[in-house]
Structure formats: structure tokens, C-alpha cells
Design a protein around this ligand. Sequence first.
Ligand code: DC
Length: 226
Amino acid sequence: MRMNGMLIAIDGTAGTGKSSVGKAVAAKLGYGFLSTGEMYRALAYKVFEKHIEPEDHDAVLAAARQLHFTFVRQPDASLKMYVDGEHLGAKLHLEEVGNVASRVSTNGEARRVLMEKMRDVGEDGGIVMEGRDVGTVIFPDAEIKFYLDASAEERANRRFKQLQQAGEHPNYQQILSLIQQRDYRDSHRAVAPLKPAKDAIIIDTSALNLQQVIDAVWEKIQHYAS
Ligand code: DC
């Protein structure tokens, strides 16, 4: 076991509730919670701000090297991320930023730079880390690995409802198509493609609500800890 407890990896496709589940489980354990996607989103944000082409390998790598992250633990267990001293917050969750994040994350060298930063945060344990390659690449020695999945249609449905509730007029077909494009890119890239680790516990969340997923994950953790 690590100094501060286990390192729990939660990987999977976008829109499966990895962050909500990870935060809930981390709070129960008194652990920290880190979303590695937020770090890719921070890189995407800077790339966008500096007018860098997401496919410009060297410029994206240089931007990754310049990023300075600090994390401050919050009462709900999450680690509040500051990028070069600034909390970027909701700006990181714009649809465009997610898409640029998916594009810059195909840059193998930039991934290595961010991975080192992720390892620094997680190596002492006591953390739930969520992403695409936490259990396969960042921490292949994680104590417990989960892989959450759901059909693209169900994830598009969830996103559609979220946007509707936020007072927007979303287009279902457009959302579905963006999700499918992102899945394809994330799972076909040459470096660290999205796939379950061999020893991951796979949970299909298509027919489950959030609480049911949390319960399923929690049960496995207790089983591991006993
Ligand atoms: O989980 P998210 O939607 O915030 O992630 C945004 C993008 O970052 C996602 O499309 C792929 C990339 N990503 C990655 O390549 N590896 C990770 N561990 C996390 C995210």
C-alpha cells in the first residue's frame, strides 16, 4: 500500500459519469479526487488562447512543458486545479475545449509531460484518479481499476437532457455525432488509446442511474479492502 492509501483508477468513455462517481467514492474514503481530463482541457485552453494549431506537435509540446499546475484539496474531496496560478473553472468544460483536448491528447510527447505531473499527484495514494489511461498507462500498478462504459446513444441522451435543463435547445443527432467522433479519436490514437486494462472491473452504466453505479463501485472497493 502507498503512504496515504490506495490509488483507485476510473477510466472509460466520455459521459459515463466517471467524475461524479469518482468524487462520491473519494469523499466516502476521505481521499482526494483528480480528473486527468481537466489537465488535458487546461492544455487545450492554453493552446486555444495562444492560437496554436492543435496538430502543431512542437508548439503543443512547448505549451505542455510551460503549464504549471497546483492542486488544493476541497471539502468535497476534489482537488481544485490552478493553472499558472489561475482557476479556469467552467471555461474548461466548454464543448470546444473538450474537442481541442481530444485533439491535443494525440500528441505522445505532450502526454508524457502531463503524465509525469499526474504521477507526482498520485504516487503516494489516497486518491481516486479519473481519465482514459489511468489504469493502463499512468498507474498500471493501481490497487483497483474500474472501466465505465455506456452506449453512445445513452450518453448522447444524458447530454441532451443536461443541455435542455440548462435552458438550451440541443440537437440530439449533432450531440451523438460529436460523441462518436470523440470515441473514435480517443480509442484509435497511436499513444495510450482508450481501452480497459486487462485487470479492470468493467461496468456498463447504460441501464444504471448514478447512485447504482456508485453502489457497484463501492461494493467492489469494500470487497478489495476486506
Ligand atoms: O474526460 P474529459 O472529457 O474531460 O477529457 C477530455 C479529453 O482529454 C478526452 O477527449 C481525451 C483526453 N484525455 C486523455 O487523452 N487521457 C486522459 N487520461 C484523460 C483525458
